[in-house]
Every structure is written in C-alpha cells, then in structure tokens.
Design a protein around this ligand. Sequence first.
Ligand SMILES: *Cc1c(COP(=O)(O)O)cnc(C)c1O
Length: 337
Amino acid sequence: MNDLPRIDLRGFTSPVQFLSRLSEELDIEVWAKRDDLGSVGLAGNKVRKLEMELAHAQSLGATHIVTEGSRHSNATRAAAAAAAAIGMKCTLVLCHDEPKEPVGNLLLDALFGADLRLVGDISWVELARRTEDVVRELEDTGESVYRLPIGSATGRGATSFARAYIEADEQIRAQGSQFSTIVHASSAGSTHAGLTLGRAISQSTTRILGVIVAGEVYDDVPGNYLRLANEAAALVAPEVTIAPSDLETTEDYLGEGYGEPAAGVSEAIDLMSRLEGIVVDPVYTAKAVAAIIDMARRRTLEGPVLFWHTGGYHAIFDPNYTASIWSSLPRLRDIRL
Ligand SMILES: *Cc1c(COP(=O)(O)O)cnc(C)c1O
C-alpha cells in the first residue's frame, strides 16, 4: 500500500475520538473518526481519495484536472482546493442551476480558483457526457488533462480508505478499545469499498455499514461498489478478493433522496451538536448518525460503534438547509430573533 504514489494534503492524522455524552444518551459506546477535520479546503473524505488520484495525475504529467458534480458537491470543492494547493489547474462541470445564489460549495469552488462550467439542470448521464466534451475541448487547446470521475470514485482513490481503516483501527486500540461496527454515509462508494478492503487486509470481522444517501444518483450501486473494492484490491492487495456479501449498505435512512429530507436527520443534527459540539450535515453525515441513533434504540447495533465523519458540515450554511434545520428544532424555533 505504501508503494502507490500519494501526496500528503492533510498534514496530520485525523483523530478518533470517544463521544462520551452521545454514548451515554444512546447507551452504547460511540466513537468518531474525524475526517471532517483537515488542512485543505474544509477537509472531508474526498481529500483522502485526492491524495492518491492527484499523485497519479502528476505521475502521468497532467497539469489540469476536470471533474463534475452538482453545485453542492463536496467532491468538486475538495478537488478545487487540492488543485489550488498543489498548483494544478481545475475545471469543474456543475449541474443544477437553481437557486442562482453562489452558496456553499459553489462559493468555495470559485474561491479556490476553479474554472466553473455551469450546465444547468441536466441528468447525471448527460452531465458525464458534457464533461467528456470539456475534456476534449481542453485537450484540443493543448492542456494535459486528468479526468476524475464523479465523486472521485476510483479504485485508486478507494485504496486511501483501506489505509484509513488500518489507521483508525490502530488509533482506537491505542485508546484501549476496539470497534465492532463502523457506520458511514455512502454515495459513489469508494469510502465503503476502501474500508471493506482495509478490513479484509486486517482480517478483521468489524461490521461496516454504508448508509446510502444518494440512491437515485448512481445505478447498480452494489455492482459499482464491488468493482471499486476489487480495483483497489488489485492495486494494493492482489491476494484479496471482495465478494458481494462483504459489502453492506442500507437505504433505510435515505428518506426522499439525495439532499432531501429524511426521518431522524434533525434529531441527529440536534444530538451531535448539543451533546458533542460536532456538526453533521443534512445531505450526508446526519443520515449516518440517524442510522446509529435508530439502530441503537432498536438494539440492532453492536458497540463500540465508530461513526466515520466524512465531512461536509458547511452544507448547513446553505440557506435552504439553514432554514429547514432552524424550523425543525423546537429549541431553535422558539428563539426570538
Ligand atoms: C462524498 C461524501 C460521502 C460519500 O463518499 P463516497 O466515497 O462517495 O461514497 C460521504 N460523506 C460526505 C460528506 C461526502 O462528501
């Protein structure tokens, strides 16, 4: 694993932290892996993948990265920030043109100096096609382009999460515990694929549950996750094969879809912030925490549990989400402004 080229974009190892007050509330030991903390572009899980992907891009002589996503995409924001930090050019092809305000990640994409191509409200398939057009256009002008797929979801990127599994395992053991279950938000799948590979390499039996937050965005979720896991295995642990039964995901906390409401999201935001001072966002991480809360209450969760905090907390400053969080929590609603 250490032979693959990697650029250190974080500068430190994100902590594994015991959440004592949430643990008491849920009557189960809960820890957090704080990948929401970091040194580049407001951090998050995409930075790990980019450490692998951008090192590879540079080894191929690329000077310009191109990727696509929604205007709210954490992956495009992280790509823009990482490109800025290492002096590569970055072009982002972004869909969904409402609302027109430059909120959240779109503001950050622009601040980090990415060239933005806003293509309106088109399908994900059409978005990928438009991105290919942009790649060809840039190549025709002599740019040396590296194309990152949506969500930076590649086998190479997923290897960073195999490494991360081993890192977190060592961290929790050093604190005298050991996790039985990992719960994380899951969309394009390299986080889940990589953690699952890390478990296989460690020959551990930890349950790893991917809480699907974008069920409708990607087709053939199990097939894609399996492909990512085995592509990653081929790169770092060719003796390992990941089987479909090694992967475990749930759509029970998806609610109305990607970025849309789901039961338990506001309680997750409420408990994490009030009891731990940790921010989770309504698009990704609050759905994973909602799963932990619900399964802990129904006693279908074996502890200690590691909540893998994949980042994205600044989505709460998107005016739509700010308003809905404020109005959903009585303790905020009752504050006189
Ligand atoms: C992208 C993202 C995920 C999902 O990661 P995948 O590896 O694409 O499944 C989870 N949480 C946050 C905050 C993300 O930005």
